[in-house]
Design a protein around this ligand. Structure first.
Ligand code: NI
Ligand code: MN
Length: 226
């Protein structure tokens, strides 16, 4: 199981010849590690419909035939936009694509798409290649971040640290204590001036507290889960 950081909140999970994209905002993303016209995808998971998450989803899905997993109102807009393969769970529901499963979890945020569709933001508990990954999505700190670990061990969490639109790196340390993952990859920082932060300081704070190992990835870098 490999996870590649594509910049901002975009990731590619790769295992056994399958690629799962998360929040593929590439066009217009100053930190994008890959172009929307060259990225591979068998599935696309969307946490919510803000422009910095829905991004190039429609174009990538049309080109690759990838199945898109998005909360029901967001999936409805994507269907109207011509995406053919959609799974539309709500919070608590699981999409099972065989090579990956993704369960929607609550996230404290807002969301309206660039097209005007109001939708509820979510996180994802993803199982792929024998690993369980909790992408908390765009959210502030809240105590229910502890709940997914009650159902099963979290190998890796993806946590926003940029502040302003999400929790900042200090609240993210408290989140790390709640989430109880072996490893954490920080996301949603450094893309634009309001979300500049010090990822290495976050790493030190989390690791000194003993909450998790933090893996800071530059856009384009990959990390292997063993
Ligand atoms: Ni957002
Ligand atoms: Mn965002």
């Amino acid at each position: 199981m490999q996870i590649k950081f594509l910049g901002h909140a975009a990731f590619a999970l790769e295992h056994d010849g399958k690629t799962v994209l998360i929040d593929p905002f590439l066009t217009g993303n100053p930190k994008a590690a890959v172009g929307a016209d060259e990225v591979e995808a068998d599935a696309i998971l969307l946490t919510h419909g803000h422009g910095d998450h829905i991004g190039d989803t429609v174009a990538i899905a049309k080109r690759t035939g990838a199945t898109v997993v998005a909360i029901v109102e967001l999936a409805g807009e994507l269907k109207e936009a011509g995406v053919e393969k959609l799974i539309d769970p709500n919070i608590g529901g699981t999409a099972d694509l065989g090579f990956v499963t993704a369960r929607l979890t609550p996230a404290w945020h807002t969301s309206t798409t660039p097209g005007g569709t109001v939708n509820t933001p979510a996180g994802f508990v993803i199982e792929m290649g024998g690993k369980r990954i909790y992408n908390v999505g765009d959210t502030g700190l809240f105590s229910d971040l502890a709940l997914p670990a009650k159902r099963g061990h979290i190998d890796l969490a993806i946590v926003p640290i940029g502040g302003h639109y999400t929790m900042d790196r200090f609240d993210a340390v408290a989140a790390a204590e709640l989430i109880k993952a072996d490893q954490i990859i920080p996301s949603h920082y450094g893309t634009f001036p309001p979300i500049e932060t010090d990822a290495q300081a976050f790493k030190s704070d989390v690791q000194n507290a003993g909450y998790a190992e933090v893996v800071v990835l530059e856009p384009g870098e990959s990390h292997t889960l063993r």
